[in-house]
Design a protein around this ligand. Structure first.
Ligand code: G1P
Ligand code: ZN
Length: 539
């Protein structure tokens, strides 16, 4: 039985960089989730014949959300849903299932790297048939729809059993429950040389992978322990839990404390890695050694031709604007196409689809390639392991070798969190207004060479996006300012700092960025406007 439920709109269902992300309790308000899903269905229009992929990272409210989604899809005329067993699918695995089955789109219920649980965050990521998250032109339409919604449709039925692989029906809609891991593993085996990786572990290579009790545990166990032969216990926090066991599943120097302690101990394993809640981000560590994500992208690009899937050549490489310039030097050395896009993975998708790039990445611990249309945490780990297996070098040696060859971009991101939206917006507007007057000025001993907003003109669809403000200094250092688009409340100012050096390769990043940090604080009047003397989070 199809039921039509009367509803009233919410005014805040605007998607940001990572879909619609809200406090779990906001998402649990009456009809909140349903309104948003119906707004998407209304925007798509005719759903006859449409097939979607559905899964999530297992966080609190996933089970309820997925049941509501299935019933709404059936009531709205969707032809088929492909669902990860027990409602699980990592973001990269979902993108793969979506592309492999040539479906019309996919839904991942996740707030990515944000904490879960009833007091944490919940989110909805919506990808279209490209396999990547929808463009702003479509999310704007969904937002408009959500502001005027008056009713939604839902199929009245008991909950669907998601625990058994196989096919069933709800009304006229077909439901196929799939193993969330097996297709993904198969794809990784087509990209990388698993035999050489097995040899690496046979020789006694040791690793630790932290899954933060989120979605990647089962993928990591299957790939690293069961297939490649890493010793049992190599994957920690491998059991997906609704509140991630209280962990904040963000793979960085602030939140990956357990893994960092392991990797900083005298008896540390050779290699450490972590993924975020939904498996698209990655952090790479060596023994007492951290690889900055910007360097990681540059290093992977430099070694592309050792990977079976890329050895015959790649199209090009792209980075987000705030990501350090390290990869630009590698692109130049290899004569690869090179692009700089706004923050957010969706901007890479057009470049992949039009065969302009194969590899891409962001400073926010995201790296990936055109095998799917999302960033991919486990892929990045396998790429690093492949470089180690091929070169016989450690993570630290590989990175130092890179700096010797290309110079080093000292790089850190400073986040000022919990700002009032009005204060943050005014800071950015005033800063943008004064950018033209900064050229030639000196701050903390650094002279501004140029200052301008970052404007991206998409070479494929012709759209233009402004995101972030750049201040370049003489000598190659720079600041990028932008506001986060993924927060679930208030505003976060991100300040990205880079200092490029060709001789000084062994310094402390924090010290190397100290003066530029002072300049950044001064230029944007951060303390005066926000009351904050220092950043809340440095990654
Ligand atoms: C953050 C990251 C960005 C990433 C996004 C989704 O967005 O900075 O690189 O694409 O999460 O994972 P932000 O909060 O900065 O808008
Ligand atoms: Zn994520």
């Amino acid at each position: 039985m199809i039921k039509t439920v009367q509803t009233t709109p919410y005014s805040d269902q605007k998607m940001g960089t990572g879909g619609l992300r809200k406090k779990t309790k906001v998402m649990m308000q009456p009809n909140y989730f349903e309104n948003f899903i119906q707004s998407i269905f209304n925007t798509i229009g005719n759903l006859q014949g449409k097939v979607f992929v559905v899964g999530g990272d297992g966080r609190y409210y996933n089970d309820k959300a997925i049941q509501q989604f299935i019933k709404m899809a059936a009531a709205n005329g969707v032809s088929k849903l492909i669902i990860g067993q027990n409602g699980f699918l990592s973001t990269p695995a979902s993108s793969n299932v979506l592309l492999k089955n040539k479906t019309d789109g996919g839904f991942v219920f996740s707030a990515s790297h944000n904490p879960g649980g009833i007091n944490g965050d919940f989110g909805i990521k919506y990808a279209n048939e490209t396999g990547g998250q929808i463009p702003t032109s479509i999310s704007d339409k969904i937002y408009e729809n959500s502001k005027h919604i008056t009713e939604y449709k839902i199929f009245e039925s008991p909950d669907i059993d998601l625990s058994k692989i196989g096919s069933s029906k709800l009304g006229d809609m077909q439901i196929e429950i799939v193993d969330p891991v097996s297709d993904y593993v198969e794809m990784m085996q087509q990209i990388f040389d698993f035999e050489s990786l097995k040899q690496l572990f046979k020789k006694g290579f040791k690793m630790k992978f932290d899954a933060f009790n989120a979605v990647t545990g089962p993928y990591a166990i299957r790939i690293f322990e069961e297939i490649l032969g890493a010793e049992k216990g190599s994957v920690i926090n491998s059991n997906p839990l609704p509140d991630f066991g209280g962990k904040h599943p963000d793979p960085n120097m602030t939140y990956a404390t357990e893994l960092l302690a392991i990797m900083n101990a005298d008896d540390a394993p050779d290699f450490g890695a972590a993924n975020d809640g939904d498996g698209d981000r990655n952090m790479i560590l060596g023994k007492k050694f951290f690889v900055s994500p910007s360097d990681s992208l540059a290093i992977l690009t430099d070694y592309y031709n050792i990977i079976p899937a890329y050895k015959n050549g790649i199209y090009g490489v792209a980075k987000s604007c705030p990501t350090s310039t390290a990869v630009s030097r590698v692109a130049k050395a290899h004569n690869l196409g090179y692009y700089e896009v706004p923050t957010g993975w969706k901007y890479f998708v057009n470049l992949m689809d039009s065969k302009r790039i194969t590899l891409c990445g962001e400073e926010s611990f995201g790296t990936g390639s055109s095998h799917i249309r999302e960033k991919d945490g486990i892929w990045a780990v396998l790429f690093w392991l492949s470089i180690i297996a091929k070169t016989g070098m450690s993570v630290e040696q590989i990175t130092r070798d890179h700096w010797k060859k290309y110079g080093r971009s000292y790089y850190l991101r400073f986040d000022f969190e919990g700002l009032e939206t009005t204060v943050a917006d005014k800071l950015m507007a005033d800063l943008e207004a004064k950018l033209p007057s900064l050229a030639g000025e000196k701050f903390a001993g650094y002279e501004v060479e140029s200052a301008h907003p970052f404007i991206y003109n998409d070479p494929v669809d012709g759209s233009s996006t402004k995101n972030g403000l750049i201040v370049n200094f003489k000598g190659g250092s720079r600041i990028v300012y932008r506001l986060s688009g993924t927060g679930s409340s208030g505003a976060t100012l991100r300040v990205y700092l880079e200092n490029y050096q060709t001789q000084k390769l062994d310094e402390n990043p924090r010290q190397m960025l100290d003066e530029i940090l002072q300049a950044a604080m001064e230029i944007a009047e951060i303390t005066k406007r926000t009351g904050k003397k220092e950043a809340d989070i440095v990654t």
